[in-house]
Ligand binder design. Structure first.
Ligand SMILES: Nc1ncnc2c1ncn2[C@@H]1O[C@H](COP(=O)(O)OP(=O)(O)O)[C@@H](O)[C@H]1O
Ligand SMILES: CC(=O)N[C@@H](CCC(=O)OP(=O)(O)O)C(=O)O
Length: 309
């Protein structure tokens, strides 16, 4: 005869699952009804298994009453297409110098291929997604980005012309709200239109920050291909604020793509977003672990003077 107690003893693996769910409860209660803007970087997009995990996470957020809004990048994919057609491009401080031809290719890759692929992943995960760029409904009015640099020898400030690189001047949230309120997930490509009618290539981090500010989002997540912001010895910096970030920029700890990323975080948290998080998109379900467990991952950025809930 078999021991009844043994038969009815709960499977430890199942118990652990139940514990994970109960651990998530306070977070589910806290975040219900809030808007989370998630930027999905081109580097994090390469692996189909990770893309599927990402889409599942987004659909789960929507299912539990959080409003996810996705903004995607596609830098490496634009680079590959430019190489295929024999067009060279260079980066200044993490931003692609963009000619009229580069802007056309960037738009094709971002609003076409990548946007629709991401929409499909979300649909396959059981969600409903609508892909748009800033051109749809003209919801992102862009202006040419002005960038200056100080010459270290002469100390003279000069203008760097990045071509058709834009920055969002105005984000009309109506179209995003309409999609979200209809139970669907907005998936946004970082392309904007200028009052001059030109197409502007917008860095995806910058776009995500502008969208997060317009929506007064509770959180801005930037998924990338590093553990978070690292110090000079490669150790993860878990908490930053605008003052600390200014020091990291000044002493050269951050460079390349991390520059627009952290500029975005600073602008967002100073513009009404509760907190921004730079997260490792290479870790499966990184977002769920960050949101629903006590083990926060990546780098949390908040305003020096604002307590975070
Ligand atoms: N201090 C730093 N900590 C982490 N990453 C950094 C730092 N400084 C520069 N980087 C670079 O920033 C990159 C992330 O930006 P980017 O390549 O634009 O990613 P994404 O395509 O996800 O937006 C990292 O892969 C790393 O090479
Ligand atoms: C102006 C500018 O640099 N635009 C970016 C837009 C895509 C992007 O930002 O993609 P990631 O997030 O994957 O880097 C570019 O052309 O690469």
């Amino acid at each position: 005869m078999t021991d009844q107690t043994e038969n009815h003893a709960p499977d430890p693996a199942m118990l652990a699952k139940a514990e994970t769910l109960t651990e998530a409860l306070p977070y589910l209660q806290r975040y219900a009804g809030q808007t989370f803007v998630v930027k999905y970087g081109g580097h994090a997009m390469g692996d189909p298994a990770l893309a599927r995990n990402f889409a599942e996470d987004i659909v789960l957020l929507k299912q539990v009453g959080i409003n996810p809004v996705v903004v995607h990048g596609g830098g490496p994919q634009i680079g590959a297409m430019l190489a295929r057609v024999g067009v060279e491009s260079e980066f200044v401080d993490g931003l692609r110098v963009t000619t009229k031809e580069t802007a056309e290719i960037a738009e094709m890759v971002l609003s076409g291929a990548i946007n629709k692929e991401l929409v499909s992943w979300i649909e396959r995960a059981g969600g409903s997604a609508i892909g748009i760029s800033g051109k749809d409904g003209g919801f992102v009015k862009a202006v040419k980005l002005r960038r200056t640099a100080r010459d270290p020898d002469s100390n003279i400030e000069r203008i760097i012309d990045l071509g058709f690189v834009g920055e969002p001047k105005k984000v009309d949230r109506t179209i995003i709200d309409t999609i979200s309120d209809a139970g669907m997930i907005p998936v946004i490509a970082p392309i904007g239109v200028g009052e001059d009618g030109h197409t502007y290539n917008i860095n995806a981090d910058t776009m995500a920050g502008a969208v997060a500010s317009a929506l007064r989002a509770a959180r801005l997540f930037l998924l990338t291909d590093v553990a978070g912001v690292l110090d000079k010895s490669g150790a993860l910096l878990t908490d930053l604020d605008p003052t600390k970030i200014a020091a990291l920029a000044k002493d050269g700890t951050i460079s390349g793509g991390m520059i627009p990323k952290l500029e975005t975080c600073v602008k967002a948290v100073m513009g009404g977003v509760d907190a921004a998080v730079v997260l490792d998109g290479r870790i499966p379900h990184a977002m769920l672990l960050e949101i629903f467990t006590s083990k926060g991952a990546g780098t949390l950025i908040k305003d020096d003077f604002e307590p975070v809930e």
